[in-house]
Ligand binder design. Structure first.
Ligand SMILES: CCCCCCCCCCCCCC(=O)SCCNC(=O)CCNC(=O)[C@H](O)C(C)(C)COP(=O)(O)OP(=O)(O)OC[C@H]1O[C@@H](n2cnc3c(N)ncnc32)[C@H](O)[C@@H]1OP(=O)(O)O
Length: 189
């Protein structure tokens, strides 16, 4: 099992606070959405924008579905990952419990898109997120809503390693977290 103290240190290093406009740290180096060391990743670079987060993104040939058109799973990946940066503003680790994507128009390879996400409401350990993907003319081509559930760092210690190493294989009778996990950070508003 990965070391909880190392995870706490990892979280404390990245938790902020982050001023408006600041670039936010990747979730970790290998993250599919934002990890700089993931050769297959999207390498999102995300900034805080007011109470939300924003990033520009260009999909490339690795993300194609129909010719010239970005695969819907790749679109979902970046919307999910961008939404996951709101945890730096909320102040606690969190994971996606539900993600719903509306594909409004084809998303094209090689085109710059602007993405934004914000928390729309909070309820106990859940926060609800809305995100958009728009072209530079302001035309929104995809939107998403998500339910994130706050977790303690133990969640990551139980299920995998933060960086390097292989994820811990799931244990048959421990595939869900027992009880409600405590949050590490405090709400920041
Ligand atoms: C060390 C630090 C590292 C930091 C790195 C950060 C990495 C972040 C990376 C981010 C990368 C990008 C992001 C990623 O890729 S995150 C990776 C993908 N996500 C996951 O792996 C999460 C998998 N799920 C779980 O582990 C469990 O479900 C958890 C532990 C979260 C909760 O399991 P638990 O058994 O305790 O609870 P529950 O699941 O029954 O329910 C939970 C709550 O949710 C409510 N609910 C459910 N559906 C809906 C709905 N549609 N509308 C409204 N509410 C809904 C439900 O009613 C309940 O509410 P309440 O009863 O509490 O009121």
């Amino acid at each position: 099992m990965a070391d909880v103290e190392a995870m706490l240190a990892h979280w404390a290093e990245r938790a902020g606070p982050h001023p408006d406009g600041a670039m936010l740290p990747p979730h970790h180096e290998q993250c599919l959405g934002c990890g700089p060391d993931n050769a297959h990743g999207h390498h999102l670079q995300v900034n805080r924008r007011g109470d939300g987060v924003a990033a520009d993104h260009v999909f490339d040939d690795r993300h194609v579905g129909a010719p010239g058109v970005v695969h819907g799973g790749a679109v979902a990946t970046v919307l999910d990952d961008l939404s996951g940066f709101l945890l730096y503003l909320v102040g606690t680790p969190a994971v996606t419990r539900q993600l719903t994507v509306d594909y409004l128009s084809p998303v094209l390879v090689g085109v710059t898109y602007r993405m934004e996400a914000r928390v729309t409401s909070r309820e106990d350990r859940k926060f609800f997120v809305a995100a958009t993907l728009s072209d530079l003319d302001g035309c929104t081509v995809a939107t998403s809503t998500a339910v994130f559930v706050t977790v303690g760092v133990e969640h990551f210690a139980r299920h995998g390693a933060v960086s390097g190493g292989s994820p811990t294989p799931p244990v048959a009778d421990d595939h869900r977290d027992s009880g409600r996990e405590g949050a590490v950070g405090q709400q920041r508003g």
